[in-house]
Design a protein around this ligand. Structure first.
Ligand code: ADP
Ligand code: MG
Ligand code: ZN
Length: 644
């Protein structure tokens, strides 16, 4: 019944479409003809000047002459080939050496059966030539140059074809075409169901969806619709996914491109691409244009010193601003621009002005609930064990981004497949975390016994103090299996919940736990080792923030001393010029005091539980990896067997 329904075309006007296609074909023909012309010219030049000098110039002589000369003893050497004879004369005339006798002269006369005998008699050096491979000659003179030309043509074609969603040929003349990929509304295929943990962002985007779906309603009320939405957040949090899902929810086309695609060597190319992109989007409206990593073009123009000209970037940016200002997000052709960045602070203020990217939506790393949602989304196609506890998995992964979680789920499935299991268990997931976070297990690296012992006490110290301080996060796992990424052992703590607000006491406890590794080494061996350097730097950093940012030092009070982070020649630098040298001395003294106090506290706690420290370390040396229960057992003095 529906047979005669035409396939859906993105452009509503078939006549215009046809004209455009004809125009394109004409251009294509013109291009191909001129290409052919140039190719033939190049080929001719190649054969004339490159191959020509390579082949030997020879004079053709009649066979009779050859015979006469042979009899006269003027011939020195003869090469008998398949199709000709070549010879060298005793007194070569400048232009006539060596000589060639055509092959058919010999054989049309029934051959010359006496040739070899005569050559032998005349004492001429002669040899038979292997026929030159005609395939080789053909390859050199035709196939190779043609192949090169074809290859060149192909690349020129592809460079053009990649842009503008296919389209006709344009060869290298298409540099100004946008490289954005267009995804038609019906092909978008993702919705908000595929994005987890970003509920706030989604609710902020509802308005955009309503507008794209029913622009007339908004136009009727006269409200101003934001043209641009800037998604701000760390990498891998799902910004790209969210933009695409917005197109999916609204049922509109999606144009995806990246800021770096506008930054080209030639001034003006980027600007041309921006123009082309907006033109395409307007034709396909309603649509969403998504510019990933917009900081590549949108960087602040003044200010920081930059090496080299940035004319190109500036032109591109200006063109972008002009396009945003220029198009009316009217009811007839609603187009919304979305962009993503993880560095909003470097963006040119002009971009963030009202009427441009004035709507900023923060897409942060997911919290516990968000992580559960994301894990559920990414385990849809994975066979999880029935007792796979997604909540536990989410608890193990604080601070992970959506992309990290997706990766972890996949890694767990691979690990399960490797051990030929039918389902993915929480153990696989845990192994995946360890693998990705701490590097691959390197059981092969034999650790010397002394080092192993030191590491066992060090990690036991962390674990025990974590269990003993009032606000310590519970220990989930301790290991002394060396990892490739430097750590000789590790203690994994699992916070009960995500923490947004921490008290001073909790921070002190954290510092004590960090320093407890070194404290244990000090108590047991009365020795300091380099193994604590990471712990020390983390503890110091935390203490510094307590003093300079959180105002937790009584001496210094609730004053911010931390400098502003400055962008300087591409690197970040702290500007501490606002802090006087005298104050800086006090800050340093305060940091030292905090560290000193907590170090002493950790030592005291461990001294008070020396038997537990011994038991836990010995168990670690024996089992290599133990879980949180072993810590409680050590504190209670109940013995545990490996693997329980
Ligand atoms: P961004 O653009 O913020 O760097 P992407 O959108 O490119 O991050 O995310 C990369 C991949 O990670 C996505 O394709 C998706 O598989 C996964 N991912 C990231 N964040 C989420 C999320 N919030 N929900 C579901 N999957 C996510
Ligand atoms: Mg992205
Ligand atoms: Zn440590």
């Amino acid at each position: 019944m529906d047979n005669n329904r035409k396939p859906q075309s993105p452009k509503p006007d078939p006549k215009k479409d046809r004209e455009e296609r004809q125009e394109q074909m004409k251009r294509q023909l013109r291009y191909s003809v001129s290409y052919l012309f140039v190719s033939l010219l190049v080929l001719w030049l190649f054969q004339q000047f490159v191959l020509g000098p390579l082949t030997v110039q020879a004079t053709l002589v009649p066979y009779s002459d050859f015979r006469t000369k042979l009899a006269a003893g003027e011939i020195v050497k003869v090469y008998i080939g398949e199709s000709d004879l070549r010879g060298e004369m005793k007194n070569p005339q400048p232009a006539a050496t060596p000589e060639t006798v055509p092959f058919d002269t010999i054989f049309t006369a029934g051959g010359d059966p006496d040739l070899v005998t005569d050559l032998q008699q005349a004492g001429v050096e002669y040899s038979f030539e292997r026929p030159a491979s005609p395939a080789g000659a053909l390859l050199l003179s035709w196939v190779l140059p043609l192949g090169l030309l074809g290859l060149f043509w192909y690349f020129a074609y592809r460079a053009r074809g990649a842009g503008a969603g296919g389209g006709g040929l344009g060869g290298i003349f298409g540099v100004g075409k946008s490289k954005a990929t267009e995804v038609k509304a019906e092909d978008v295929g993702v919705t908000y169901k595929d994005v987890g943990g970003v509920d706030e962002a989604i609710s902020e985007l509802q308005e955009i969806i309503q507008f794209l779906k029913a622009p007339e309603q908004f136009a009727r009320l006269g409200g101003r619709i934001p043209k641009g939405v800037l998604l701000v957040g760390p990498p891998g949090t799902g910004k790209t996914l969210l933009a695409k899902a917005t197109a999916g929810e609204a049922g509109v086309s999606f144009f995806e491109t990246s800021g770096s695609e506008f930054v080209e060597m030639f001034v003006g190319v980027g600007a041309a691409r921006v123009r082309d992109l907006f033109e395409q989007a307007r034709k396909a409206a309603p649509a969403i244009i998504f510019i990933d990593e917009i900081d590549a073009i949108g960087q602040s123009r003044g200010g920081a010193i930059r090496i080299g000209g940035n004319d190109e970037r500036e032109q591109t940016l200006n063109q972008l601003l002009a396009e945003i200002d220029g198009f009316k997000t009217g009811a007839s052709a609603p187009v919304i621009i979305m962009a993503a960045t993880n560095r909003p602070e470097v963006l040119d203020p002009a971009l963030l002005r009202a009427g441009r990217f004035d709507r900023q939506v923060v897409v942060g790393n997911p919290d516990l609930i968000g992580r559960q949602q994301i894990l559920r989304i990414h385990s849809k196609d994975i066979k999880l064990a029935t007792d796979f506890d997604i909540e536990r998995a989410a608890r193990m992964t604080p601070g992970f981004s959506g992309a990290d979680l997706a990766n972890m789920m996949n890694e767990a499935a691979l690990l399960a497949a490797r051990r030929k299991a039918d389902t993915v268990t929480l153990k696989d997931f845990e192994a995946a975390i360890e693998r990705v976070v701490a590097g691959l297990e390197q059981r092969t690296r034999v650790m010397n016994e002394q080092v192993r012992t030191a590491v066992a006490y060090h990690e036991s110290g962390h674990a025990l103090v974590a269990a003993l301080v009032p606000h310590g996060d519970p220990v989930s796992k301790i290991s002394i299996v060396p990892r490739s990424r430097g750590a000789l052992g590790y203690t994994m703590q699992m916070p009960e919940e995500d923490r947004y607000l921490l008290t001073a006491d909790e921070l002190y406890d954290r510092i004590a736990v960090m320093l407890a590794g070194r404290a244990a080494e000090k108590i047991v061996f009365d020795q300091l080792s380099t193994g604590a350097s990471d712990d020390i730097s983390r503890a110091t950093e935390l203490a510094r923030r307590m003093v300079t940012e959180f105002g937790m030092s009584e001496v210094l009070g609730s004053v911010r001393y931390a400098g502003q982070q400055m962008q300087y020649l591409g690197g970040a630098m702290e500007d501490t010029s606002g802090v006087s040298p005298a104050t800086r001395k006090v800050i340093d003294a305060e940091i030292k005091r905090i560290i000193g106090e907590q170090y002493a506290r950790a030592q005291e706690l461990l001294r008070g539980h020396r038997p537990a420290l011994e038991q836990l370390s010995h168990q670690l040396l024996e089992c290599e990896t133990v879980d949180g229960a072993a810590v409680q057992a050590a504190l209670a003095g109940t013995p545990v067997v490996c693997g329980e």
